[in-house]
Ligand binder design. Sequence first.
Ligand SMILES: *Cc1c(COP(=O)(O)O)cnc(C)c1O
Length: 361
Amino acid sequence: MSRAYNFSAGPAALPESVLRRAQEEMLEWHGAGASIVELSHRGPEFMQVAVEAEADLRALVGVPDDYAVLFVGGGATTQQALLPLNFAAAGQAADYVVTGHWGRTAIRQAAPYADLRIAASGEIDGFHSIPAREAWRLSEDAAYVHITANETIHGVEFRDVPDVGDVPLFADFSSSIASEPIDVTRYGAIYAGAQKNLGPVGIGVAIIRRDLLERVGQPRADIFDYRLQLANGSMLNTPPSWNWYMLGLTVKWMLAEGGVAEFARRSAAKSTLLYESIDGSGGFYRNQVDSAARSRMNVPFFLHDDALDQPFLEEARAAGLISLKGHRVLGGMRASIYNAMPLEGVQALAQFMREFQQRHG
Ligand SMILES: *Cc1c(COP(=O)(O)O)cnc(C)c1O
């Protein structure tokens, strides 16, 4: 068996050691007589998995005690709808800063439940930069300000935390959580689907400042209520226990590799190498994102002639480099280089890109 370097944007590559560990524990988990996914989520075995996953995630991301950690189903998109339901009064203003596709999605999910205001948008320049903070039009009465920390499709990433005063800042960290140290206290809420940087699809995390959970929000079913979810240990109903377990293994792997400071170093090395390969190609490859806002996780790029897209993908696959096709919204190519992608994978891609240009340039 030979595993390729997998540049998929999500579901994305998992560390091989995590997959092997899960394989070893597939039939029987730690002498339990069954796999973890065949046992009650309320039994002592799964409780251990759940408690460790939370403790490890808190240690990895640096989550203070006055923040709750929830393990959530429904992906990041569902959280985008739950934010106004839990934290905005009906018709209350909520400010959104749109820096790409996922910011727009967040607006569509929240629109039925709040008075959505676009405080700033990068759309006018094709989402190639982040609108300057001075140009944002924030509402004083807003329930929160929402940003997308890393735009997975457009390859645009906030490189610092915007100051939004006393209004809580909510951030979609789906594709960059645990890739560098962050100051959680600058945020009211952080949420992420797991399938980019934290584990498999089917689970996500929401990190919420506890005082915000006292907000009344709007009428909603129990299952959509973060406060009730917290009171029930994220198990108001049967949680996705296999995904939770896999997330726990992935977080343990990140801690063992050196934690977020180490992944920040690796991400800088990987993304710098890739952007240099693109910028140094004399226009054969191009990425138009402002260098100050370029994502360290997702690198979209275009070949100078889109007739070369198909040969590029086919020859890359033959070279053991897969999932480089860009998102249908943008076309072109995209290399997602999350924590599980080793530097060697990006070196192999950079070398392939040079050779491809020699053959076709
Ligand atoms: C992938 C992604 C989403 C959507 O996640 P789902 O789990 O499919 O709902 C939302 N925001 C960002 C930034 C993403 O990368």
